[in-house]
Design a protein around this ligand. Structure first.
Ligand SMILES: CC(C)(COP(=O)(O)OP(=O)(O)OC[C@H]1O[C@@H](n2cnc3c(N)ncnc32)[C@H](O)[C@@H]1OP(=O)(O)O)[C@@H](O)C(=O)NCCC(=O)NCCS
Length: 201
């Protein structure tokens, strides 16, 4: 199986998780310029920084056959943020490992969209990629993101809390919490029993 095959879009009830397209850059930049979206990040992103993120996500996809995929609203075709999988790019006690992550425009919050996309990403990671473990991390105080982690069956051990090495140790977003889930644990969940992962030919 080639990386291109692995990158075929993933369908969920309301979403398409797919490769990044040039048309995503405008709505992605608008999302990254919104202080509500970036409340738990060091800063909002300007256009150049936002485009650089797209470049990195596309490069990760090309290298590994997965990334934080662009989300497309199946009902409207609109850009709905990103969710997906990526190798953790910094040193920490839990690395090397693949993380799951999400970022949605405010209009898409509060409807279970992140959880829906995340469950499909876990299915891809444990199914197609045969990973044994997937982690997620967020500032301790970011309760909405932690809630998504809990909804999809991830577990936090306080002993895994860490100081994010890409931020000053005394930054107000420190410390970070780590959630983990394993292929064995995922296989026990209802989501794993269904064919929750559908790929377009
Ligand atoms: C975090 C984020 C992806 C959540 O998306 P979402 O689609 O609203 O998530 P869901 O609807 O699947 O679930 C959200 C859960 O968090 C809860 N929640 C939302 N805001 C909350 C808050 N301020 N405090 C506590 N819980 C909160 C919701 O009630 C829901 O839980 P419930 O189903 O038990 O009620 C979205 O807010 C976002 O994109 N934020 C900006 C980017 C970001 O911070 N990404 C994560 C970085 S680690």
């Amino acid at each position: 199986m080639t990386d291109a095959v692995l990158s075929h879009p993933i369908l969920t009830e309301r979403l398409i998780l797919r490769c990044w397209q040039e048309a995503d850059r405008d709505p992605f930049a608008a999302m990254n310029a919104d202080p509500r979206v970036m409340e738990y990040f060091p800063s909002t992103l300007d256009r150049a920084a936002s485009d650089a993120v797209v470049d990195r996500l596309q490069a990760h996809d090309a290298a590994h056959g997965f990334t934080f995929w662009a989300l497309e609203d199946r009902a409207t075709g609109d850009f709905a943020g990103f969710t997906g999988l990526a190798h953790v790019g910094f040193a920490a006690h839990f690395v090397p490992v693949v993380e799951i992550g999400w970022r949605l425009p405010v209009a898409y919050w509060g409807r279970g969209i992140a959880s829906e996309a995340a469950r499909a990403s876990l299915a891809f990671g444990f199914g197609r990629l045969a990973l044994t473990e997937i982690v997620a991390f967020t500032p301790n105080r970011h309760l909405a993101s932690r809630r998504v982690m809990e909804r999809i069956g991830m577990k936090r051990d306080p002993a895994d809390d860490f100081v994010h090495p890409r931020m000053p140790p005394d930054h107000p977003l420190q410390p970070f919490v780590l959630y983990r889930t394993s292929r064995a644990a995922w296989a026990e969940t209802p989501a794993a029993e269904h064919d929750s992962l559908k790929e377009q030919p």
